[in-house]
Design a protein. Structure first.
Lengths: 289, 372
């Protein structure tokens, strides 16, 4: 079993006519993703490959029963695209777009609350369940079907870990990139909870980085609820300390956010912490055998 | 992006937040002119972006022309906390009865805007926060609702019983919140927010950080100002790159912030020292790679460059094209180690092989090579 996406996922691509939108629509189709429609306001009636393009998400939902959306719209218009997806009844929204202002992300987060919608991103690589569905921009070739669930705040760093796992012959149940923005739509805890409940996921990997305290929250959740083996990595151990926000930030976070703090939180929760991302494969293999 | 105090003042002034009278000076003559216009004791403040500038000697009080000359000469063109001082802010010295602190920021944990008001402001605010947290009131604002009267009244009543002062404070908090939202700030601090002799509040010092994803709303003059235009980090952000210079000698060009940090960490673990953090961002454009080389090669300490790209939305062939162009333009005479993998790798390999550039696909070997 996978989490979030599977063969029943019916995808609408928002921003399908752009350079990245068109390119990755093609790659997702090749991977077997069921893309039912595309949207670019003003370009309704055209096609990208064999996918029909509409002016609104609403049409894609009504005509093609789209239930998930992936967004490639430029940052300036991306927030609007997210709100459009929400108001059109899409239940899983993945926003690839990079550069959404923090305040806009805050508005999305607070608007979505209580609506039973999963919003992943922005600034994220998306989701992939090998051999079932890809709702993202990750390279197709590095993934293998398997029993390891991966959740990460970074795109390319995730590929590094996936590559390391696949190269030792292991595979992934689902890989979720929650994105590197300060206010991600979905946090580690929600994904780890899903992996924990998924019978096919036997090992969980969490890839974090400095800033905020999502990793500390995840560690706390894992300590209390997760019995599956968990492997972790934190990027940014050697980023100089003075690169931080001013007083108000320090007061609010109460000194949390350093790599050291996160690594300690991981270790206290029984997570095996790795120093180097390409060692995940070998280490997990040793644990499983 | 951090902006200078004098730039934050310009913004706050547009929101009718009262400030101490003052003028900007780029020379000793300017400073003297400002002193004579203000016609009283002045504070001379070096315009740098780092915090803790007072403790580092960047703020002086001058009462005579001689002192103004002495301190302006001392501060101008000096380096404080590693930053060159190009400008001074000369403001009137006011006698302060009481200092408050007003801070507005994004609370990542609560996913709200946090407004903080402290009964005691000044340089020791962080200490107050840890030792006497009861002196600070935090109010969380839902960004969709926005700040309402009851939020502000609660804060005003928290710090004072004086009705006039409350009214004054009310206007300042409301204006500061609007300034925060409308200018895409991630941090706005007024510290100290000072009660002066005539019973009014003024913003004696202020700090603003602007969301790098929201710079387009700022008044153009602020962004285009020389101090910032000369800044490599700002120049990088204009080109869609995220760049922070560090003190090592191995230049890094990486796609993705997480992988960029991890690459720096791995260089460090392998015994090397990264010269910078540089994330070329998602979506590929050969121009970004060229700009990255331009910025990195300005660093005289640079002994080698590691290009580490794991293609996803970034396509390896675009990177390869940018790489060749950059080498052609800048002709760097230091070793360049290239690690490429992922989307369109095969095309990239063909492009680079014809130019006899060795390409690694595994990161371990690339790191070893660049550190040796």
């Amino acid at each position: 079993m996978s989490i979030l996406i599977d063969k029943s996922t019916r995808v609408v691509v928002q921003g399908i006519t752009g350079r990245d939108g068109a390119f990755h629509t093609d790659l997702m189709l090749k991977y077997g993703t069921n893309i039912v429609a595309g949207v670019t306001p003003g370009k309704g009636g055209t096609t990208i490959g064999e996918v029909n393009v509409y002016n609104s998400v609403c049409e894609a939902v009504t005509l093609h029963k789209a239930n998930s959306s992936i967004i490639f719209v430029p940052a300036k218009f991306a927030t609007d695209a997210v709100f459009e997806a929400i108001d059109s009844g899409i239940s899983l929204i993945v926003c690839i777009s990079e550069g959404i202002p923090v305040f806009e992300s805050l508005k999305i987060y607070n608007y979505i609350k209580g609506k039973n919608i999963t919003y992943i991103g922005g600034n994220c690589p998306g989701i992939i369940s090998p051999e079932l569905c890809k709702l993202g921009i990750m390279p197709n070739s590095i993934h293998k079907k398997g029993k390891i669930g991966i959740v990460s705040r970074s795109g390319t760093l995730t590929y590094e870990v996936v590559n390391s796992i696949s190269s030792v012959g292991l595979g992934q149940s689902t890989v979720v990139g929650i994105g590197g923005d300060a206010i991600p739509g979905t946090e580690f805890v929600e994904i780890i909870d899903k992996f924990n409940k998924d019978p096919e996921t036997e090992v969980i990997c969490i890839i974090g980085e400095i800033g905020g305290n999502a990793e500390e929250d995840a560690a706390d959740f894992i300590r209390r609820h997760v019995n599956k083996p968990v492997f972790g990595y934190i990027a940014g151990r050697f980023v100089p300390k003075e690169k931080r926000m001013g007083h108000a930030g320090a007061i609010v976070s109460g000194g949390k956010g350093s790599a050291e703090n996160k690594i300690n939180a991981f270790k206290d929760a029984g997570i095996e912490v790795l120093d180097i991302p390409y060692l995940f494969g070998e280490r997990i293999k040793i644990t499983l055998c | 992006m951090k902006i200078h105090e004098f730039q934050a003042r310009t913004i706050l002034q547009n929101y009718n937040i009262p400030l101490a009278n003052g003028f900007l000076a780029s020379s000793v003559q300017d400073a003297l002119k400002a002193f004579n216009k203000l016609n009283k004791k002045v504070v001379i403040k070096a315009q740098i972006l780092s915090g803790g500038r007072g403790k580092a000697g960047g703020i002086k009080i001058a009462d005579t022309e001689e002192e103004v000359i002495k301190y302006s000469e001392l501060l101008l063109n000096s380096f404080i906390k590693g930053e060159k001082v190009n400008l001074l802010l000369i403001v009137e010295c006011v006698s302060v009865q009481k200092e408050f602190y007003l801070g507005i920021t994004v609370d990542r944990e609560k996913k709200k805007i946090a407004v903080l008001l402290s009964k005691e402001g000044g340089v020791e605010i962080e200490e107050t926060a840890t030792k006497e947290p009861e002196k600070i009131l935090k109010v969380y604002i839902d960004p969709i609702l926005g700040i309402r009267k009851f939020h502000i009244l609660r804060m005003c009543c928290f710090v004072t019983d004086d009705k006039t002062l409350r009214n004054c404070l009310f206007d300042i908090i409301e204006s500061a919140y609007n300034a925060f939202i409308e200018n895409n700030c991630t941090l706005l601090e007024i510290n100290p927010l000072s009660l002066v002799e005539d019973g009014h509040l003024i913003a004696l010092d202020s700090k603003m950080n602007i969301d790098d994803n929201g710079l387009d709303v700022l008044p153009k003059g602020i962004i285009e100002h020389n101090c910032i235009r000369l800044d490599d980090e700002y120049e990088a952000s204009q080109a869609g790159l995220s760049y922070i210079k560090l003190d090592g000698d191995i230049g890094c060009i990486v796609n993705g912030a997480g992988l960029a940090m991890a690459t720096m960490d791995m260089i460090k673990i392998a015994g090397g020292k990264p010269a910078n953090f540089l994330d070329v961002g998602g979506s590929s454009n050969p121009q970004k790679i060229i700009k990255a080389f331009e910025l990195l090669l300005r660093n005289e300490n640079l002994k080698s460059i590691l290009v580490n790209i794991f293609g996803g939305i970034t396509r390896c062939d675009d990177v390869a094209k940018g790489l060749l162009k950059a080498i052609e333009i800048f002709k760097p005479n230091i070793p360049i180690v290239v690690r490429l993998i992922g989307t369109n790798f095969e095309c990239a390999e063909k492009i680079l092989n014809s130019e006899e550039i060795e390409v690694f696909t595994d990161l371990n070997s690339a790191i070893k090579k660049v550190v040796q």
